[in-house]
Design a binder for this molecule. Structure first.
Ligand SMILES: *Cc1c(COP(=O)(O)O)cnc(C)c1O
Length: 447
């Protein structure tokens, strides 16, 4: 045995030492023993240079317990200015949605119980009416996320058959999510038509006799320019033959347009239905501003087949999601979406409002001894919605050691996610909730 290994004290000695005593009084003996054992196993694999004493072990065990007691998933302050930040959980929920999760879904609920009849009900009944009213669709179905919605739709209508899709729409959306691979995994075959930059009506026409479905996909964060052309959803709807449905993967799930804010026109779910799509799929947590969910709206007969598909059980939506989605959709129904749903509030916040918040925050920091100024720098919508669109914004730029400050903020409680540019930390208040501003100022100035 090496000296270092011999120097590792026995478990019994450590457990009976005065140093471990306070820990053993508040923690189960087995928990402390297991942690000590794993620390010692690590030491046997990589012997420490100095010989740790009992008080060192007590400290190490306490630190591991403290870490285990913390949540791995933590609330952060998003100062990045990216409104739908996929790494930060996309859409922050409306207060009404938060209240519904806590007050409605967290305990027992009528999730699958028909209160009128006193019989078994369906979890898929809950958001249906609202979704139909908001999109003009005949029927609706909510599953786990939009990728699941797409898999379920294709598996239902095109299993072992061909789905026609333009080469220009075979995109990768992020984190290795590729439309072509999703179609294949759904059990359908990809029937590519057109060229990368141009797809024509005739390309679809040639493929139609062999097709079980036509698929139109929003290109998300990918844009094409120059010598390009594609076939719009309305033309595809006119082209399709009976029994070959048009499935439109809208991606973001816009319910109301933002044209009044000067943003380029994006198709809403209602428009996609009106233009003749048989099925429209979209995310719950992108521009819709709700929880992660996959929303399917469209023809009643097709939606019913999807609901009966055994795969639907594997992709089914959770009760917390249903509660939050229903509350979010109610904001749209009562016409208060822009004021109640944080994502919409952030997108529609006027520049002068963001500027004013930035100036006040900069003065607050200055008073606390932090050197900062306000610069014009755009926020982004993110999440593949509104590709290429930037929102003119005003950003607080902090001078000093940017790398050090960024790391300090990232490791603070709560953590703050900010950008670095030209050796400055940039704070974009557009994505910071007003109630978080005081805490944020403290975290920036705190040593
Ligand atoms: C984001 C997106 C998806 C995936 O949606 P999730 O809800 O993240 O599963 C699918 N298709 C398009 C066009 C998208 O933009």
């Amino acid at each position: 045995m090496s000296d270092a290994r011999r120097a590792i004290p026995s478990l019994e000695r450590l457990l009976s030492s005065a140093e471990l005593e306070p820990l053993l009084q508040r923690e189960p003996r087995e928990r402390v023993t297991n942690i000590l054992r794993s620390i010692q196993n690590e030491q046997r694999a990589a012997p420490p240079s100095a010989t740790p004493d009992a008080s060192w072990y007590a400290g190490a065990v306490a630190a591991r317990i403290a870490r285990a007691n913390e949540h791995s998933l933590r609330a952060v302050i998003n100062a990045s200015g990216v409104i739908l930040h996929t790494n930060l959980g996309r859409a922050p929920l409306a207060q009404a949605a938060i209240d519904a999760i806590v007050g409605v879904a967290a305990g027992y609920s009528n999730l699958e119980y028909d209160l009128e009849k006193g019989t078994r009900g369906s979890r898929y009944s809950h958001c249906t009416e609202l979704l139909c009213a908001l999109t003009g669709a005949e029927a609706a179905l909510v599953v786990n996320n939009n990728a699941a919605a797409l898999v379920l739709a294709l598996n239902t209508v095109a299993l072992s058959r061909s789905v026609v899709i333009s080469r220009g729409e075979l995109v990768e959306i992020g984190d290795t999510f590729r439309i072509a691979e999703i179609v294949e995994r759904s059990g359908a075959n990809v029937l590519e038509v057109g060229a990368t930059n141009r797809t024509h009506v005739a390309d679809y026409q040639r493929a139609l006799p062999n097709a079980a479905a036509l698929l139109k996909v929003h290109r998300s964060n990918y844009q094409m320019a120059g010598f390009v052309s594609d076939v719009d959803a309305a033309t595809l709807a006119r082209l399709k033959t009976p029994g070959v449905p048009l499935i439109h993967d809208l991606g973001s799930g816009l319910i109301e347009d933002f044209a009044d804010l000067g943003l380029p026109h994006e198709q809403t779910a209602g428009e996609a239905i009106q233009l003749g799509a048989d099925i429209v799929t979209m995310s719950g947590d992108k521009l819709l501003g709700g929880p992660q969910a996959g929303i399917i709206v469209g023809k009643a007969e097709l939606v019913e087949r999807m609901r009966r598909n055994p795969l639907c059980r594997a992709l089914r939506v959770d009760k917390l999601t249903i509660a939050a989605l229903e509350a979010t959709l109610q904001c749209y129904a009562r016409g208060t979406a822009r004021s109640e749903i944080p994502v919409l509030r952030m997108i529609s916040a006027p520049l002068r409002e963001v500027e004013q918040r930035a100036k006040q925050f900069q003065q607050r920091l200055q008073k606390l001894g932090v050197n900062a100024d306000v610069i014009a720098e755009p926020s982004t919508i993110g999440g593949g919605a509104y590709p290429g669109v930037e929102l003119p914004s005003a950003i607080v730029r902090i001078s000093g050691n940017a790398k050090q400050l960024e790391a300090k903020l990232r490791n603070s409680r709560p953590p703050v996610v900010a950008r670095i540019a030209d050796n400055h930390v940039l704070i974009d208040l557009r994505t910071v909730l007003p109630a978080q501003e005081a805490v944020l100022a403290d975290l920036i100035t705190h040593e």
